[in-house]
Write a protein that binds this ligand. Structure first.
Ligand SMILES: Nc1ncnc2c1ncn2[C@@H]1O[C@H](COP(=O)(O)OP(=O)(O)O)[C@@H](O)[C@H]1O
Ligand SMILES: [Mg+2]
Length: 256
C-alpha cells in the first residue's frame, strides 16, 4: 500500500482525523495543516470539536483514525499509533489553555523552568536566565517569585505563554486563551499574541475574538459539529465566504 505524504511546506498536518469518545464520534475526518510561520485561527460554536482537535494535534488525546505528519514525516497513523516518543514530540509543541493550567505551588519563574530543566535537561542557571528574559519579554519580570494565585488572570495567561516559549517550541497551540479573562484583561493577552505573531511564531489559535482573528490570521478554519465547514485566507473568509453558515459565524461570532 502506498504511504501517504504530507502537503509540501506543512509543519504539522493531520489527515482524515477521526476521534471518538466511546461510541460517540466527535471529529469526523478533519484535515488540518499549518505551515511554518503561519497563523491559523479556528472558530466555531461550543462543542464543535475545537479543543479535541488541538489535543489530537499534540497527542494529548489518542486519535481514533488518521495520519499525523510533522516536518514532512509521518509520525503516527491510527488505528495503530505514534511512531515517535510522545514526550519528545509534545515538547516541540507549546500549549496555552483557557484556564492557564499553571502549577499552583510553583512561582512564575519555576513554572517557566520546570519543562526546560526536566524535559530538555537544561542546567538550572541557564534555565533561570532564560526564564527571566522571557518574563521580561511579557512584562512580568517583577513577578518572577510570585505564585499564580497572587496574579491577575491576564498576568497568569502571560506567564503561561512565557512558559510555552521557554520550551523553544516550533509552534504554539492556543485554546481560547482569553475566554476566561475579565474583559479589561483581554487586550494585554491579545497584544502579546500579536507580538509573537509578528516575531514569526507559528500559531494555531482557537478563539472567539473575531477582530483579532481577522487581523492576525493568515487562514481561518470554521468548524461545526466535528467537521470543517469552510477554510480560507482571513480576508476572503470575512468578506466573501462561500457558505452562509460561515458568514453567520464570522459575522456574529459564537459564544461558549
Ligand atoms: N473526554 C471526553 N469524553 C467524552 N466526550 C468528550 C470528551 N471531550 C470532549 N467530548 C465531547 O466532544 C465534543 C467536542 O468537544 P470539544 O472538543 O471540547 O469542543 P469545543 O472545544 O469546540 O467546544 C463535545 O460534544 C464534547 O462533549
Ligand atoms: Mg473548547
Amino acid at each position: 500500500m502506498r504511504e501517504g505524504s504530507a502537503t509540501a511546506g506543512s509543519l504539522l498536518e493531520f489527515r482524515d482525523l477521526h476521534k471518538s469518545f466511546g461510541r460517540s464520534e466527535v471529529l469526523h475526518g478533519v484535515d488540518f495543516r499549518v505551515a511554518r510561520g503561519e497563523k491559523v485561527c479556528i472558530v466555531g460554536p461550543s462543542g464543535s470539536g475545537k479543543t479535541t482537535l488541538l489535543r489530537c494535534l499534540n497527542l494529548l488525546v489518542e486519535p481514533t483514525r488518521g495520519q499525523l505528519y510533522y516536518k514532512g514525516e509521518q509520525i503516527g497513523s491510527w488505528p495503530g499509533g505514534a511512531r515517535v516518543g510522545l514526550s519528545g514530540y509534545r515538547s516541540r509543541i507549546g500549549m496555552v489553555f483557557q484556564h492557564f493550567e499553571l502549577f499552583p505551588h510553583l512561582t512564575a519563574l519555576q513554572n517557566l523552568t520546570l519543562g526546560p530543566r526536566h524535559v530538555r535537561h537544561e542546567g538550572r542557571s541557564a534555565a533561570e536566565a532564560r526564564a527571566l528574559q522571557l518574563l521580561r519579554h511579557v512584562g512580568l519580570e517583577a513577578f518572577a517569585n510570585a505564585h499564580p494565585r497572587t496574579l491577575s488572570g491576564g498576568q497568569k495567561q502571560r506567564v503561561a505563554i512565557a512558559r510555552a516559549l521557554a520550551m523553544q517550541p516550533d509552534l504554539i497551540l492556543f485554546d481560547e486563551p482569553t475566554s476566561a479573562l475579565d474583559s479589561e484583561m483581554v487586550d494585554e493577552v491579545l497584544e502579546l499574541m500579536r507580538r509573537l505573531a509578528n516575531e514569526g511564531m507559528t500559531m494555531v489559535i482557537v478563539t472567539h475574538e473575531l477582530g483579532f482573528a481577522r487581523d492576525v490570521a493568515d487562514r481561518i478554519v470554521v468548524m461545526e459539529r466535528g467537521a470543517v465547514v469552510e477554510e480560507g485566507p482571513a480576508e476572503t473568509m470575512f468578506s466573501a465566504a462561500r457558505s452562509q453558515r460561515t458568514r453567520d459565524i464570522l459575522r456574529v461570532g459564537v459564544k461558549r
